[in-house]
Design a protein around this ligand. Structure first.
Ligand SMILES: [Zn+2]
Length: 234
């Protein structure tokens, strides 16, 4: 199934520090371990995310937290310089063109972002999803696009994802061996993490065994990458 020419570059485009760890930390750690070169583009520094702390200072804190999480997950990280909460004010095309430069640079076989609903409905997430879609549709139709598909199963824990396995457009990534990396990444976000406060090894049971992604487009151009991702997801 796997061959050496398979493009294992994965580009992840998200809005805030911590989106990566909670939503897909296990998957990123797993695929980095499998030899994928993973680049995370985080559009903001999460400046609005610490109550009582002014935005600039909060952004500095959260930038540091995300750098530590990225180290835990073994991925590369770049920030865009947008302000938290402002992405929906951007013109989609302009945002998409900026992202296109990153896509052209990273040359991913696979891009992962939020679905059109933004997963949580956050306007920044929705804006990112729109811009990535625009870029892929107009400039990179040969690249496969995956949406983070958060589900009840993600929250409920191991053994409850069976009911959603039926869709062929859904990929469930088994992260049981990468829960520790996920917990450590989440714990890097000290300003956000309220639930996993024990030593990492004691928190593994709170982490679901699967993270889910839906296939947003079927592209022939990089189908080997998608095949590889699906195969290794098991
Ligand atoms: Zn977010």
């Amino acid at each position: 199934m796997e061959n050496n020419s398979t493009n294992k570059n994965i580009l992840v485009v998200l809005a805030h520090p911590d989106d990566e760890s909670y939503g897909m930390g296990g998957t990123l750690a797993k695929f980095a371990d499998l030899g994928a070169q993973i680049v995370l583009i985080c559009a903001t520094r999460g400046e609005a995310g610490i109550q009582g702390i002014e935005p600039e200072r909060a952004g500095q804190i959260r930038e540091r937290e995300l750098k530590q999480a990225a180290e835990n997950l073994n991925i590369r990280l770049f920030f865009l310089d947008y302000l938290d909460g402002t992405l929906s004010q951007l013109e989609t095309k302009i945002f998409a063109q900026q992202l296109s430069i990153w896509i052209a640079t990273v040359e991913p076989g696979l891009i992962i972002t939020f679905g059109p609903d933004g997963v949580s409905g956050h306007p920044d997430h929705i804006a990112v999803s729109k811009a990535v879609n625009w870029a892929v549709e107009h400039y990179f139709p040969n690249i496969n696009l995956l949406y983070l598909a958060a589900s009840e199963a993600t929250k409920l824990g191991c053994g409850v994802t069976e009911t959603i396995h039926h869709s062929r457009h859904l990929i469930s990534v088994d992260i049981s061996d990468f829960k520790l990396a996920k917990v450590k990444a989440i714990q890097s976000h000290k300003s956000q993490n309220k639930e996993l406060t024990g030593i990492p090894e004691s928190e593994l049971e709170k982490i679901a065994c699967f993270e889910n992604f839906s296939i947003a487009n079927m592209s022939e151009g990089q189908k080997e990458t998608l095949k590889w991702f699906k195969e290794k997801a098991k």
